[in-house]
Design a protein around this ligand. Structure first.
Ligand SMILES: C[S@@+](CC[C@H](N)C(=O)[O-])C[C@H]1O[C@@H](n2cnc3c(N)ncnc32)[C@H](O)[C@@H]1O
Length: 359
């Protein structure tokens, strides 16, 4: 189950696998995953080039791509499909024209029904598969989505509230901060995304998830049941969790940002940062890993309060800039990334995909 020839670029990683299988759909930190069919060159910037683009798409090696898809999941023989295009570089056509041209040309080749957009709405919500076209300047990369749905859309997230966390980001926080065993706390758990992703990654981890809002507590319980993970979910003000909880090895959390959700209860009145309030519950090697809105300036504030920063990385999240912080209380060793993650970070830095602090 190894990936070869990994090439990192902005917002994308290309790789080859010797043997495709359902394991590819468990890449929890990826937003989505596609089988590349081929690049088509000479697309041009005018509408006149679109019929040729469709023709070229129809002539690609689809049997190879579908062989890979069928190694991963079942697909109906003569099903329906939709096409989703993204277009960069200001051509005179739009994405809908690209989708129509490719969909209509490819349908007879695949023996499948093209589900066209209807007045801009997604026609293919229940498609059997999705063809993806990434058009950039003169080149179109044609691909097929490996899963039936985008990878970030988790089947377990049936109940959600405001500011719920994008699951691949929750999975990334778990990869950065969660130990394989021991105790993990998310004191602002919302719908439980972080605790659930951590529990799915580390089956022997004990996860405690708490929130001040009874609706979110109910959501988190329902989502955890859907995900088939056994996590403890309780109603609690984060400021009091430290009174009643045994020590934890990691706090991984997405505290309220004053954007969609504001701090409530004793946290609203507290002059102290959430990290200082929570510090007493950390065990001797305990760490905090969190994602916070960049406007809150959390990494700099924590550093000013003597916290040891192991990572302060800017990311884009829900249309805003956010900080991912890995840190330990004052006087403790600086927490590091696991060797595998540190290696990928070095490669991403070398490839110019991220900078030391941001993107
Ligand atoms: C950004 S949301 C967390 C979203 C969560 N990561 C998810 O995936 O759904 C912040 C959460 O903090 C909770 N909250 C606000 N003040 C709190 C407090 N004093 N104690 C505990 N939870 C609090 C809110 O109810 C909200 O669910």
């Amino acid at each position: 189950m190894a990936a070869n020839g990994v090439r990192l670029s902005r917002r994308q990683a290309d790789f080859e696998v010797e043997s495709a299988g359902p394991w590819l759909l468990r890449l929890r930190t990826a937003d989505d995953i596609f089988v590349k069919v081929a690049d088509i060159h000479g697309v041009g910037r005018t509408k006149a080039g679109l019929p040729a683009l469709g023709q070229a798409a129809g002539a690609l090696d689809w049997p190879r791509a579908f062989g890979i898809l069928r190694a991963v999941r079942e697909i109906a023989e003569r099903g329906t499909f939709d096409v989703v295009a993204s277009v960069e570089g200001r051509p005179s056509y739009n994405r809908f024209a690209v989708e129509q041209s490719i969909g209509r040309a490819v349908a007879p080749v695949l023996g499948a029904t093209f589900s066209e957009r209807d007045g801009g709405a997604r026609a293919g919500a229940e498609s059997d598969f999705t063809v993806r076209a990434f058009v950039r300047d003169d080149r179109a990369t044609i691909a097929v989505r490996l899963g039936a749905r985008p990878l970030h859309r988790r089947a377990y997230k049936v109940s959600t509230g405001p500011g719920t966390l994008h699951p691949p980001v929750a999975a990334a926080l778990a990869a950065i901060g969660a130990p394989a065993t021991g105790r993990l706390l998310d004191p602002f758990c919302g719908d439980g995304t972080i605790g659930i992703e951590a529990a799915l990654t580390h089956r022997r981890l004990t996860v405690l998830a708490t929130d001040i809002d009874p609706l979110r507590v109910r959501n988190a319980r329902q989502n955890a049941a859907q995900a088939g993970v056994d996590i403890q979910v309780r109603l609690a003000d984060a400021a009091t969790v430290t009174d009643s909880s045994a020590a934890v090895d990691a706090i991984i959390t997405n505290p309220p940002w004053n954007q969609t959700v504001s701090p409530a209860g004793r946290m609203a009145a507290s002059e102290r940062g959430f990290w200082d309030v929570l510090a007493p519950v950390l065990g001797p090697d305990g760490i905090v890993c969190c994602v916070t809105d960049a406007d809150l300036g959390v990494p700099a504030m924590m550093a000013r309060h003597g916290w040891q920063l192991g990572l302060a990385q800017r990311i884009r999240l829900a249309g805003r800039v956010a900080d991912v912080t890995l840190t330990a209380p004052p006087g403790r060793p600086v927490p590091g990334l696991l060797a595998g993650l540190a290696g990928w970070r070095r490669e991403a830095l070398a490839a110019g995909v991220v900078t030391d602090a941001g993107f």
